[in-house]
Write a protein that binds this ligand. Structure first.
Ligand code: SF4
Length: 456
């Protein structure tokens, strides 16, 4: 479905006089960040200007996530804090969008206790956003209602990237996997792959505009194409993107280990552009727990994929997600996870304590592990991982890596920053004219989460 904004001109005209600003607060994953870029694109096409300070903005948009249990508390705390700002200024509008508002109980809570909220939209509802803005701001008549269009696929949505050289492109929406702990299939709907022509057209446009690095997004990128009429798979898409002039680095998040097949490994092996860092979510190293999680692979199968990736190119590094303290996880199960961490030497682990989400299968599983024990396991994993990182970083000293110069370092304005193909952050001396270029950097010293280097 093509995105049409029939309210654009009316709101733009209103903004010529009122100069309304917007501020977006994004919670959660890269898919949400990408959606926020689209909301920014829609708002700017309607004449809104970006405002970094939430307190000064007219339209404050919360793009929500519901992966963790405490996210709801955080969101409602944030909205509650805006009530005074809203009551003091009639030109303040609050919008809540994203995964959380795909749930009926959240809409009811907003209607009951946060009636000053102006706009509420679930996922895949962007085509309705301009209308909602029009109703709230111009007609002063906002309606909070539950709208379920989670199986929509919207094309040609305006998008505003914050970075000049790196952009993300969604290739597939939704998920069919129903991992037992995960709420995503319930709030993002079933898998919908975008047509290859639409994806390739977007990437060609980005290449023409000077973007060098593309990250392909999806809840499960490597099941891309399963629902398309013509046979067109994720590896085929990667090959087509490789052929686009101007794009120099290709990344993707997240692939599912169960769908990580030989043809994908072959494409990675022969590619000159696919980053040598693959995110492969493990979740648990225990085959028993993986079964309870409905992940559809075993510990050995996961290790086999890693082995094949390393055989394809030994410079490939792997990052992962791990859930600690899933219902029924014993000390032995946790040791299995540590065993995988030891064997794979992940270069980054996004680690979480299991968070119960109502409506999922795992929510009704018996969970006998004490919360303190779960915290201890997380700390043990963190310590183990950090020791590995330090050892591996030390081995990088003296080596030369290709790095896309992203811009000035946020922590040290006199230095510049970029990432190796293995996704290691490197800081170094450079100048503005090097931004957007790929440079050879020799690593000179290491710190836990970044390296220091020198342009060769
Ligand atoms: S693959 Fe599993 S964890 Fe990932 S979004 Fe789908 S259900 Fe959730």
């Amino acid at each position: 479905m093509k995105f049409v904004n029939s309210y654009k001109e009316k709101i733009k005209k209103y903004n010529e006089k009122h100069h309304l600003t917007y501020h977006i607060d994004t919670m959660g994953c890269s898919m949400n960040e990408n959606d926020s870029n689209k909301y920014a694109g829609i708002l700017e096409s309607m004449g809104f200007e970006r405002e970094d300070d939430e307190k000064k903005a007219n339209l404050i948009l919360f793009n929500t996530c519901c992966i963790r249990e405490n996210a709801e508390k955080t969101l409602f705390g944030r909205i509650g804090a805006l009530k005074r700002q809203k009551l003091k200024n009639k030109d303040v509008y609050i919008a809540v969008v994203g995964c959380m508002t795909q749930q009926k109980h959240i809409i009811e809570k907003i209607k009951e206790s946060y009636r000053f909220v102006d706009i509420v939209l679930g996922t895949s509802c962007m085509s309705l956003f301009p209308e909602k803005v029009y109703e709230s701001i111009i007609q002063n008549n906002s309606k909070i209602e539950y709208i379920d269009v989670s199986n929509n696929l919207e094309e040609e949505v305006p998008i505003k990237y914050e970075d000049q050289y790196r952009a993300s492109v969604s290739i597939i929406y939704g998920c069919n996997n129903f991992c037992s702990y995960c709420i995503v299939p319930y709030v993002r709907g079933r898998e919908r792959s975008r047509e290859k022509e639409a994806i390739l057209a977007d990437i060609k446009k980005l290449a023409k505009a000077g973007y060098k690095e593309i990250t392909l997004l999806g809840q499960n990128v490597n099941s891309y194409g399963n629902d398309l009429k013509e046979k067109y798979t994720f590896p085929m898409l990667l090959k087509d993107i490789e052929a686009i002039d101007g794009i120099e680095i290709i990344k993707f998040i997240s692939p599912h280990p169960k769908d990580f097949k030989e043809d994908l490994i072959e494409v990675i092996k022969s590619s000159k552009k696919i980053a040598r860092q693959i995110h492969l979510p493990l979740q648990s190293g225990s085959t028993k727990i993986l079964k309870e999680m409905n992940r559809k692979y075993t510990k050995d199968e996961f290790l086999e994929i890693v082995k094949k990736l390393k055989e394809a190119d030994e410079s490939i590094s792997i990052s992962t997600d791990i859930i600690v303290g899933f219902p029924g996880e014993t000390e032995e199960d946790f040791m299995e996870t540590l065993d995988v961490v030891k064997k794979v030497q992940f270069n980054q682990i996004y680690m979480f304590i299991y968070s119960k989400r109502n409506g999922t299968k795992a929510a009704s599983m018996q969970d006998d592990t004490l919360p303190q024990e779960k915290v201890k396991r997380l700390q043990r994993l963190k310590k183990f991982h950090e020791e590995q990182i330090s050892n591996n970083n030390r081995k990088m000293i003296g080596q030369v890596y290709q790095v896309l110069v992203e811009g000035k370092s946020k922590t040290n304005e006199t230095l510049y920053t970029g990432r190796t193909s293995q996704n290691k952050i490197v800081i170094f001396e450079a100048s503005d004219k090097e931004i957007g270029k790929i440079k050879n950097i020799k690593i000179e010293s290491d710190h836990l989460w970044y390296l220091k280097g020198k342009i060769e």
